[in-house]
Design a protein around this ligand. Structure first.
Ligand code: MLT
Length: 202
């Protein structure tokens, strides 16, 4: 664990694609490491801890209430994360990473892609919802995006989820959206689909 490049983070060397792990609210840089090792053994891992604390719970951007986002902060934190990725991938000599984001981590990944379309080689967005909607869409140039929604998710509605999928698609991403018989939490089906999607990426 190191605090360099603006984020406390975990790093494990390994092969391509490097995985950028973005935890949910209250998680940290260790949370998604076992998942990443399971779905892509051998991949390098870069896992930052969100810089925002909500009553002691780490997050990647501020919110005023559940589902009410501080959009200025989202933009600023998305830019910080893009700078972290550029600096850390250069320092650790990593390929452009594929993000695996859960909940708040998925939301910052999507916001970052819309502001920095070159930052990621792909993204798996688990239980994501829209935050920023740019006036002018970037060109995501076919970047693969897996979106996994939960049909009983009390935090993210199906409407919000498909709205984000539509925005990313309109920006040129190659989006696969799956709605699973699940709530907000990760399920075994998420893990299985994620593993399969990653295996087909190259
Ligand atoms: C957010 O705040 O990003 C979303 O509501 C997901 C979460 O609960 O973290």
């Amino acid at each position: 664990v190191s605090s360099d490049f603006g984020f406390r983070h975990a790093f494990e060397s390994g092969g391509a694609p490097a995985l950028l792990l973005l935890h949910g609210t209250g998680g940290d840089e260790t949370d998604l490491v076992p998942l990443a090792r399971h779905v892509a053994p051998g991949s390098a891992i870069l896992s930052p801890r969100g810089n925002v604390s909500e009553n002691g719970l780490p997050r990647f951007f501020r919110r005023f209430a559940e589902g009410v986002f501080d959009l200025e902060d989202v933009a600023r934190r998305a830019d910080e994360l893009a700078a972290f990725i550029a600096d850390a991938t250069a320092a650790y000599d990593l390929s452009k990473p594929v993000a695996i984001g859960f909940s708040n981590g998925a939301n910052i990944a999507a916001a970052m892609m819309l502001r920095h379309p070159q930052a990621l080689a792909g993204a798996a967005l688990i239980r994501a919802q829209p935050t920023l909607t740019p006036g002018t869409l970037p060109d995501l140039g076919g970047v693969p995006v897996l979106m996994l929604a939960g049909e009983r998710d009390p935090i993210v509605s199906a409407y919000d989820c498909s709205g984000l999928a539509a925005t990313l698609e309109a920006a040129g991403a190659e989006v696969r959206l799956e709605t699973l018989p699940a709530g907000h939490s990760l399920t075994q089906l998420d893990v299985d689909i994620l593993k399969d999607w990653l295996a087909r990426l190259t």
